[in-house]
Design a protein around this ligand. Structure first.
Ligand code: IPD
Ligand code: CA
Ligand code: CA
Length: 266
């Protein structure tokens, strides 16, 4: 598997930030027993990881723009390129000592994602993709699962929580999807959820109220693994609508239909 110079820069940045997160994750596990918990510590870990990624990427390409979850957007003088970064996706998992979190880095060129990296330092799983070059988990080429009917499928989702999302709307979606599928999962890190769809571990995924840094890298992984993605309405306004539905060609379409079914009559 040959990686371009740019993808190598992204991988190095993700590995370096991942190392820092790994060290801090060890400490978080110790802090669980304190009454205050590790939340301030985790915010620092998050900021530290973003700084590492940002420094690495901007050192390699100083003219590119930078959109990261934890800092002000930098427009960049280049005009065509923008990094889109979530330094710690799955913060709640991280905070609770659950090893399902990732560094997510995407490169956008003229509005299209052309490279993506999602790295879970707790499992040492590195997902990479370049436009037209396939998607990989470490050295293994990825392909989305082939199941054609929802009744055979395990589907991932995001569950809104205190202060986030539209709870009533989600319950309607859930009611429809759970009645049609073999199982539902809520793993808690959207970038990895999409990577799992790319890897064929989950057959599909839907979530609303997501930011570009949650999904940018994962969307390319899915596409390069032969999968499809859309917004909740089946269109391509994923960033603007803050929603995503993903799967193979059959399951992605079927999921769009199911999540949009009307509220059942009482
Ligand atoms: C969150 C995770 C989670 C999703 C949330 C995101 P964060 O990102 O991706 O799975 O359900 O909507 O905000 O806050 O952990 O970076
Ligand atoms: Ca996130
Ligand atoms: Ca984050």
């Amino acid at each position: 598997m040959a990686r371009s110079a740019l993808l190598n820069v992204m991988v190095q940045a993700a590995l370096k930030a991942g190392k820092s997160l790994s060290r801090d994750f060890g400490e978080v596990q110790n802090l669980q027993v304190s009454v205050k918990g590790p939340s301030d510590f985790v915010s620092q870990a998050d900021l530290k990881a973003e700084k590492i990624v940002k420094d690495e990427l901007l050192k390699a390409r100083p003219t590119y723009g930078f959109l990261g979850e934890e800092s002000e957007e930098i427009t960049g003088t280049d005009g065509a390129h923008r990094w889109i970064v979530d330094p710690l996706d799955g913060t709640t998992n991280f905070l609770h000592g659950i090893p399902q979190f990732a560094v997510s880095i995407a490169l956008e060129r003229n509005g299209e994602i052309v490279a993506g990296v999602v790295f879970n330092p707790a499992t040492d799983e590195l997902y990479t993709a370049e436009r037209g070059g396939g998607a990989f988990l470490n050295d293994r080429r990825l392909r989305v699962a082939a199941r054609k009917v929802l009744s055979d499928c395990v589907i991932g989702c995001g569950v809104p929580h205190l202060g986030r999302g539209h709870h009533g709307k989600f319950l309607v979606e859930l009611r429809h999807v759970m009645g049609e599928t073999a199982g539902l999962r809520r793993l808690g890190a959207a970038s990895l959820d999409l990577a799992y769809v790319a890897a064929g571990r989950m057959d599909g995924f839907w979530e609303t109220d997501l930011a570009p840094w949650d999904v940018a890298a994962g969307l390319l992984l899915i596409r390069e693994a032969g999968g499809f993605s859309s917004d909740m309405k089946g269109g391509q306004d994923i960033f603007e609508s803050r929603s995503v539905v993903a799967g193979n060609e059959y399951i992605q379409k079927a999921l769009v239909e199911v999540v949009n079914r009307p509220v059942p009559k009482a």
